[in-house]
Design a protein around this ligand. Structure first.
Ligand code: ADP
Ligand code: MG
Length: 664
């Protein structure tokens, strides 16, 4: 029993108290069989007439029973000997379920049932149906929780004044009501979960989540960090030699980050901006401030291609200004080379690289700022490892995966967030087309036309999740096919299995305009920036996720030329695939796409790995209860500071052991 309880997270009386019903069934009334509305859950009370096991068309137990108003068949497809015994002839049964019209008249399939005595009284309360696990009966949970309700601690953890200001009912009252709603309660409101009692519970839960995240944030703030105040005009000189001026959004971001860096505690900031919003230059300016203050900055990116692009660009921007920029790649072979690079890390001022940066043996002499690009691609452990390379360096994380605000409040409540909500000027909107794969010739024709106008194109090969080998093979075949179809064009191939120097050579050639069409696997998904590329073809677009499609499409539309994205799909489409293609076709705004993606998939899958507070939520729904999240966010910090004891108790009640999920 204890094991089964533990399996669903119930370790204590306190856990039982906040283990709330999924729904309720009204067993306070009995409906005569003849008057049961079909398809609606009702309770009937019948006397068994016969009971037989039929073998055709499927093994099943068929019970014929009746009350004064009419006859009813009860049908069970899975049953035990005990079932057979319960349905002995003449037994009185209360069955709860939906009545339907069957071949032999009214019937119930797999009702919940109970054998009762002749004059057994009806329950006077709704029956709560609890989330459970195999072998743990609802009635057992009901009993345990009932006891917890009489002896357990239901004291309120919200100070009265706060509770009244937020217009929320008391906790004890709310929990009692949800476990034991009175008979006259309207079940529809209860099931819709917007009854005040539900709101109170959901608020408490969201508050616990926000407090937990806030506490992690405040704890990190307690630690000291280097004060990075610029000692010279490096950042101004970089700005002066850029071929463009910053957008308003970029200026605001730079100012916020610059102020953070000058504080004696570590910055924990997320820079969020849609694909192409111009995050790199903001990061470069932050690096300038660190360097100019006499510290090192590290810039970590998730793929070799992306890291290298950053390296080349940053070197191009900063070396002329006298900054020592180093490159650390994952493909270091010999120990000697590794040593040499470790030494570079000691002398360089800006170190760009992949995960190689966090390898053992790479020592930074004086790391003041850790920048992580496409941060959602890294695990918590990896970001932590980079932080550990210095003594509490400031952290700047960047992400092009836009997250709707309510979700951001949960995922990033332990970070400060800056949003780049403006794209650099002069971008032409990307035209998106959906083309069936039977019209591949048209697509090839369109590629030719673009190239004849001096543009370049990406051709992304289908994602084959089951097999990397197969994916490679497809890329190779596409490359050969296109080379045959377009003999006059220069075609290149980039995929994850190329050696780093081969990959580098291909990307360099594409960047330099020596390749017209780059056939690629999703290795180019993040961050690659070639402004002259104006066409993105994605084969089997139906296999890609929305954020991937959005990222890929964002590879074009970076120059001043009209750009397009052709999504080639193969039917038949599943309903979700159709929905995804519709969304990406209709929207270009990353935030809107993310919002719809969230609706399509639910928050669990949304950002991938742990890093979020979402696993902590059982009752609240981030979309539906956005107002509660907002309220909780506002009071979380004050609650922690002004009511430490209540806070402790609150966290324990709602998170219990699950708080560990968020540590690290
Ligand atoms: P992302 O936010 O996706 O990382 P990047 O930093 O790669 O975007 O920037 C995309 C492109 O826009 C780059 O070529 C960059 O040099 C250019 N860019 C950035 N800021 C501006 C600006 N303010 N005006 C014009 N172009 C800009
Ligand atoms: Mg980028």
């Amino acid at each position: 029993m204890c094991k089964k309880l533990a399996k669903i997270g119930l370790h204590s009386e306190a856990d039982l108290l906040v283990h709330l019903p999924l729904r309720y069934e009204d067993e306070t009334r009995v409906t005569p069989v003849a008057r049961a509305p079909w398809g609606e859950p009702v309770q009937v009370e019948v006397v068994v007439q016969s009971n037989e096991i039929q073998l055709h068309p499927r093994r099943q137990m068929v019970v014929r029973a009746s009350d004064e108003s009419g006859e009813l068949t009860l049908r069970f497809f899975s049953f035990y000997p005990s079932h057979k015994a319960a349905f002995s002839e003449g037994a009185r049964i209360r069955a709860f379920g939906e009545v339907r019209g069957g071949f032999f008249g009214a019937e119930m399939v797999h009702p919940r049932f109970r054998k009762v005595g002749d004059d057994e009284a009806l329950p006077t309360e709704m029956t709560p149906i609890y989330p459970s696990t195999a072998g743990l009966a609802n009635s057992a949970l009901q009993k345990l929780i009932g006891r917890a309700l009489t002896v357990g601690d239901l004291s309120d953890t919200l100070p009265d004044e706060l509770r009244q200001r937020l217009k929320l009912p008391g906790l004890a009252r709310s929990l009692r009501f949800l476990h034991r709603p009175p008979p006259e309660t309207d079940l529809d409101t209860l099931h819709a979960r917007n009854h005040p009692a539900w709101r109170r519970v959901k608020f408490d839960e969201v508050l616990a989540q926000q407090m937990c995240l806030r506490r992690a944030y405040l704890a990190r703030r307690e630690q000291g960090a280097p004060v990075l105040a610029a000692q010279d005009d490096l950042a101004e000189r970089l700005l002066a030699q850029l071929p463009f001026g910053l957008t308003g959004a970029q200026q605001r971001a730079v100012a916020e980050i610059s102020a953070d860096l000058a504080q004696p505690y570590p910055m924990q900031r997320l820079l969020q901006g849609d694909v192409g919003a111009g995050k790199t230059v903001v990061a470069a300016l932050a690096a300038c401030q660190a360097i100019s203050a006499g510290w090192q900055a590290a810039f970590m990116a998730p793929t070799e291609i992306l890291a290298e692009q950053h390296y080349l660009k940053l070197k191009d921007w900063l070396e002329p200004l006298g900054v020592r920029v180093a490159w650390l790649s994952g493909s270091l072979k010999t120990a000697a080379k590794r040593q040499q690079l470790a030494a570079t890390a000691a002398e360089a001022q800006l170190i760009v690289g992949t995960h190689a940066l966090i390898q053992e043996g790479v020592d930074f002499a004086k790391l003041g700022l850790a920048i992580v690009d496409e941060q959602h691609r890294f695990g918590v452990a990896q970001r932590l490892a980079l932080r550990k390379k210095g003594e509490n360096p400031h952290q700047l994380m960047m992400s092009a995966t836009p997250i709707p605000r309510t979700l951001a409040m949960s995922y990033y409540a332990d970070l400060d967030v800056t949003v780049l909500d403006e794209l650099p000027p002069g971008r032409t909107p990307i035209k998106t087309r959906l083309v069936a794969d039977s019209r591949r010739d048209d697509v090839v024709g369109f590629v030719t036309k673009q190239v004849s106008e001096g543009r370049q194109a990406y051709w992304v090969c289908p994602l084959i999740e089951e097999s990397e080998a197969l994916q490679l093979q497809t890329a190779q075949e596409t490359y050969e096919q296109l080379s045959a179809d377009l003999p006059n064009l220069r075609i290149g191939l980039a995929h994850g299995r190329l050696k780093p120097d081969e990959k580098q050579a291909v990307m360099a050639a594409f960047t330099a305009g020596e390749i017209d069409v780059l056939v690629a696997t999703t290795v180019i998904e993040v961050g690659v920036d070639v402004p002259n590329a104006s066409l993105m073809v994605i084969e089997h677009a139906e296999r890609f996720g929305l954020s991937q499609l959005h990222q890929l499409r964002g590879r074009v539309g970076r120059g001043s030329h009209e750009s397009s994205c052709i999504l080639v799909f193969a039917g038949p489409l599943s309903p979700t695939a159709r929905q995804r293609l519709k969304i990406i076709f209709e929207h270009t705004d990353g935030f809107e796409i993310a919002r719809q993606d969230l609706q399509l998939r639910g928050p669990g899958e949304f950002v991938g790995s742990r890093q979020s507070g979402v696993p902590l939520l059982r009752y609240a729904d981030l979309e539906m209860d956005a107002d509660l999240v907002e309220m909780a966010r506002e009071v979380a910090e004050a609650m922690l500071i002004e009511h430490p004891e209540l806070s402790e108790k609150h966290l324990k009640r709602w998170l219990g052991s699950r708080e560990e999920l968020l540590k690290s």
